[in-house]
Design a protein around this ligand. Structure first.
Ligand SMILES: *[C@@H]1O[C@H](CO)[C@@H](O)[C@H](O)[C@H]1NC(C)=O
Ligand SMILES: *[C@@H]1O[C@H](CO)[C@@H](O)[C@H](O)[C@H]1NC(C)=O
Ligand SMILES: *[C@@H]1O[C@H](CO)[C@@H](O)[C@H](O)[C@H]1NC(C)=O
Length: 739
């Protein structure tokens, strides 16, 4: 209100003075005297008047620099717009208003600043425990920096405070910063870094004086203690597999990477997994494997070297490095391969002689069959296996033996007390002979021993024997003969290595003291009975065999009974009887003469062709007697000088070319102890022409008519049965069958 008077001291005094002088011509500005503007903003200064219908305005800066703004006059107002505000606008602006001759002036101080953004916190790197770090706090586009003050805090702890008063008065937008270096520790995790900036412009409250930025600290630990564990081993076989585990410590937990180091030193990434499993390894997979633990702030590596070894291929030959094979048997040698898929086989003998066997190869096995095994198979056999470019050889020694049967004990004959006997012990088909040892024992006593060392070169399966002779006695009975054969090849594995046979001795005693008891007598009357009892000593008890000794030398067996009985003897029973005591050891014989006496009867004496013959004719004089043998007949020619006994054959006497002196009396006498019979005849021989009969028939006497006949006193038992046996009973056979 114009009429109201207000007393104002200071600056308003001037206005008052002008008002009084010009009478209500007034000037006003907005803002009144001072403007704080931020660079880049748009601000206006308004100058207005009252009390003048059409004032004129003019603006200028106090130092007469350009206005750097746009002017607009609207009636009683003049507006100076600065868009955008910048350093050139930092002046005192003077608005001059003219109303006629009246002139009024008003000044506005324009001050500028810049503080548009919050401070920024920059770290020189990630926060790593124990490692110094530089924190930089910066305030961008700040002005005027002499008014800036910055604080850097860790939590509540002020690390640094800085003012920038020293800075020269430059008109520019600058970035002001504050740096602190410190060493973070694990405990700093979660703490905040605070950067606070204050622009100390006191005049106006509306300006944000303080800005602040916080940053939560993340403290890291670089990977360390990287450890690799390898299962099963860093040395592998071709085709094998391996599992490697890697661990590494750090914050944040490191990521694990597995790589392989290439020849040029580069790493070839294999896996991002802590566990790396490699299968079917080949030799070229050998090398250095690298595990890296990696996190934001670092990495730690560990290396491990894997060595893939060539898969060993091996050859096994069975059974064992040596085999004992029985000659005639069969042997299978097997050559087996491990660690090679398709091996090739070849067999040979060490001395390159023929294999003498059949080879069969299939897959990873090859067999050599020797059947039947013979001496030609006694070799070292070698199996050669080729696998790829590799070659292996294994050998097996085939050693032969033959020891198929127990020894055989043979005696040269039956064991007889006192008779030397040869024992032989035979061992058939032994090989190798030089290792054979034969021992012959009687009970515990070694009788003889033999080895065959000189038989080294014998390759044949012969029968070897040991012989010895000894004289047995009856004390040996019950003792045993033992034949022991040993094939002493300790290094060879076969059974049995020893064989033996035994034979129990039984010593015979040859029959002896054979005696015959004839009861009642060996001279008997025909028809009487007789017992002939034979006994013989020996071991075993001899068997008795009674026989009759025939005239032709043949011995006719009669009985095996000890007693030979004739119930009623006959003439023909006379003769030599033989008793034999027989056992395995021999024969003992005793002869006895049995004489059967008979009374001759029915004696006949004849002359053939006649009792009267001519000189030169042949005449047979024959004497027969029914019950006595011819030998008992005596044919005689009677003469005055004495009787001549004629040599007769079977009771017959032949006179060839009869002479006169052959005429005479012939007498035939059959005589035994029991009696005699006599016959006689007279032979008449007629002479030729001038010859008279030498004996007249009348002179002949016939004796026969007067002969005595003594009755028979016995009877002959005729063993027709035995007579048919024709001597087939053989003593030799009997002995043999009992040995
Ligand atoms: C690592 O291997 C294990 C077992 O083989 C599997 O379960 C897992 O997923 C793998 N991790 C990565 C990252 O390959
Ligand atoms: C012959 O032996 C038998 C039987 O022992 C006997 O009966 C008989 O009387 C004996 N004869 C003679 C002649 O001794
Ligand atoms: C032998 O004796 C037995 C009985 O003692 C008798 O039966 C048998 O006939 C006799 N044999 C001979 C050939 O005398």
């Amino acid at each position: 209100m114009p009429g109201k008077m207000v007393v104002i001291f200071g600056a308003t005094n001037i206005l008052w003075t002008v008002f009084v002088a010009s009478q209500a011509f007034k000037i006003e500005t907005t803002p009144e005297s001072r403007l704080l503007a931020q660079i880049g903003d748009s601000v206006s200064l308004t100058c207005s008047t009252t009390g003048c219908e059409s004032p004129s305005f003019s603006w200028r800066t106090q130092i007469d620099s350009p206005l750097n703004g746009k002017l607009r006059n609207e009636g009683t107002k003049s507006i100076l717009t600065m868009d955008p505000v910048h350093f050139e606008n930092e002046h005192s602006y003077l608005c001059t208003a003219m109303c006629g001759s009246r002139k009024l002036e008003k000044e506005i101080q324009v001050e500028i600043y810049s503080f548009p953004k919050d401070p920024e916190i920059h770290l020189s790197g990630p926060l790593e425990a124990g490692k110094p770090i530089t924190v930089k706090c910066l305030v961008p586009d700040v002005y005027p920096f002499d008014r800036l003050e910055m604080d850097l805090l860790k939590g509540n702890h002020l690390m640094k405070n800085q003012e920038f008063l020293d800075d020269v008065d430059r008109k520019s937008l600058e970035i002001k910063s504050l740096e602190v270096t410190f060493t973070p520790v694990i405990e700093d995790i979660g703490e905040v870094l605070v950067c606070r900036a204050r622009l100390n412009i006191y005049e106006m409250d509306s300006v944000p004086k303080e800005r602040e930025t916080t940053k939560v600290m993340q403290v890291y630990i670089s990977p360390k203690n990287t450890v690799i564990s390898v299962n099963p081993s860093t040395r592998l076989q071709e085709g094998g597999s391996v599992t490697m585990m890697c661990s590494s410590e750090g914050l944040p937990a490191p990521e694990i990477f597995w790589s392989k180091k290439l020849d040029n030193g580069n790493l070839q990434l294999l896996s991002g997994n802590a566990t790396l499993t490699l299968i079917a390894m080949r030799m070229e997979d050998s090398g250095i494997y690298v595990c890296e633990g990696v996190n934001l702030i670092g990495k730690d590596r560990k290396e491990v070297e894997l060595i893939v070894q060539e898969k060993p291929f091996s050859v096994e030959i069975s059974p064992g490095p040596q085999i004992a094979a029985q000659i005639g048997g069969s042997v299978v040698l097997t050559c087996g391969v491990m660690g090679c898929e398709s091996p090739s086989f070849s067999w040979r003998t060490q001395i390159d002689s023929p294999l003498s066997g059949k080879v069969r190869s299939e897959g990873t096995e090859s067999t050599l069959t020797l059947s039947p095994v013979g001496v030609e198979n006694e070799h070292s056999y070698l199996c050669t296996v080729t696998c790829g470019r590799k070659k292996l050889e294994k050998g097996i020694q085939v050693a032969l033996y033959s020891f198929p049967r127990d020894p055989e004990i043979e005696l040269s004959g039956p064991l007889v007390d006192g008779n030397p006997i040869t024992v032989s012990c035979k061992v058939p088909h032994v090989y190798p002979l030089d290792r054979l040892e034969i021992e012959l024992l009687k009970g515990e006593t070694v009788l003889k021993k033999k080895d065959f060392l000189e038989g080294v070169d014998k390759k044949y399966l012969e029968i070897e024997s040991l012989e010895m002779t000894f004289i047995p006695t009856t004390e040996d009975t019950g003792n045993v003969l033992v034949c022991q054969a040993r094939l002493q090849i300790d290094e060879m594995d076969f059974e049995p290595k020893q064989r033996q046979s035994t034979q129990t001795l039984y010593v015979n005693v040859a029959p002896r003291d054979t005696t015959v008891l004839v009861s009642p007598s060996s001279i008997l009357e025909e028809g009487s009975s007789v017992n002939m009892t034979c006994s013989s000593n020996g071991l075993p008890a001899p068997k008795i065999l009674w026989s009759k000794q025939l005239k032709n030398g043949v011995q006719q067996p009669l009985s095996e009974n000890a007693t030979l009985t004739f119930v009623s003897t006959k003439m023909e029973d006379s003769g030599t009887y033989v008793c034999e005591g027989i056992n395995q050891a021999g024969v003992s014989r005793k002869e006895v003469e049995l004489i059967i006496q008979v009374v001759p009867k029915d004696i006949q004496l004849t002359a053939f062709p006649s009792e009267s013959v001519k000189e030169g004719e042949t005449v047979i004089i024959s004497c027969t007697c029914g019950n006595v043998p011819e030998t008992w007949i005596i044919l005689k020619k009677k003469a005055e000088t004495g009787d001549t006994v004629l040599k007769s054959i079977d009771g017959m006497y032949t006179i060839r070319k009869a002479q006169l002196e052959d005429a005479g009396v012939y007498e035939c006498e059959s005589k035994s102890k029991s009696g005699s019979q006599l016959r006689s005849l007279t032979l008449d021989v007629k002479g030729r022409e001038n010859n008279k009969d030498y004996f007249s028939p009348e002179l002949l006497m016939l004796y026969c008519t007067s002969s005595l006949i003594i009755p028979a006193i016995g009877m002959i038992i005729y063993f027709a049965r035995k007579a048919n046996m024709k001597g087939s009973y053989s003593l030799v056979d009997a002995q043999k069958s009992k040995v």
